[in-house]
Design a protein around this ligand. Structure first.
Ligand SMILES: C[S@@+](CC[C@H](N)C(=O)[O-])C[C@H]1O[C@@H](n2cnc3c(N)ncnc32)[C@H](O)[C@@H]1O
Length: 205
């Protein structure tokens, strides 16, 4: 599992390597553009929505929302990712912090119309995902949504099939979403598949 130093090193080449994996329809980023595009369109339906992005990386998704008038808040543990995202969004409220310890204090002080996390929460165990998502739910404004884009599968059998098909490329350190298992904790969880290995999970309060 990459730590913050690993992400610092990946930061400058991140957009390119993700783009190549998506174009080649290769695990883990097959469907990446579609995943981010779907989340972007959902958020744009609410003018000037207040958005919190967990693990915003280089800011690919949030920069577009920022340019369209959305106030942007975010948390990431990589100093280099924060530097790159801040250059694109100078007035965004971006904080450094490890989300395995929850949200940093200033981000706990308010609520959001949308809380998004793309390709970041697979660094949490399934138990950590449930507790963190419960905290995030409390920080939604009425009518708000949590939108998660990631490597994700409807069932464990689909994950196992992808693991088999991906061979050596499969990353055993990452803990991917299995939607029908997460529904035990969040019965209203919705899932839109965007490729054989990725999709968008959404939930409300
Ligand atoms: C694969 S990148 C995804 C970036 C962006 N959301 C995207 O969709 O392209 C994962 C991001 O999550 C951040 N991250 C990973 N683990 C984290 C943690 N425990 N706490 C805070 N940020 C973390 C990394 O620094 C990185 O910026």
């Amino acid at each position: 599992m990459l730590d913050n130093k690993g992400f610092n090193l990946w930061a400058d080449g991140y957009d390119k390597s993700v783009g190549v994996s998506d174009e080649e329809n290769a695990y883990p980023f097959a469907g990446y553009k579609d995943v981010l595009g779907t989340i972007y369109k959902t958020i744009m339906e609410k003018p000037n929505a207040v958005v919190l992005d967990i693990g915003f990386g280089t800011g690919t998704l949030t920069t577009k929302l920022y340019e369209n008038g959305c106030p942007i808040y975010g948390q990431d543990f990589s100093a280099r990712m924060i530097e790159l995202a801040s250059q694109k969004m100078p007035n965004a409220h971006l904080y450094q912090g490890d989300f395995t310890h929850g949200l940093v204090e200033p981000l706990l002080a308010q609520n959001y119309d949308f809380i998004v996390a793309t390709y970041s929460l697979h660094h949490l165990t399934d138990e950590q995902k449930v507790s963190f998502l419960r905290v995030l739910q409390y920080h939604l404004n009425p009518g708000g949504q949590i939108l998660i884009g990631d490597v994700a599968f409807e069932t464990r059998a689909e994950l196992e099939q992808c693991r088999k098909d991906s061979g050596d490329a499969w990353d055993d350190d990452e803990i991917y979403f299995v939607v029908d298992e997460l529904r035990n904790a969040f019965p209203t969880l919705a899932f839109a598949s965007k490729s054989y290995c990725a999709g968008v999970l959404s939930m409300t309060l």
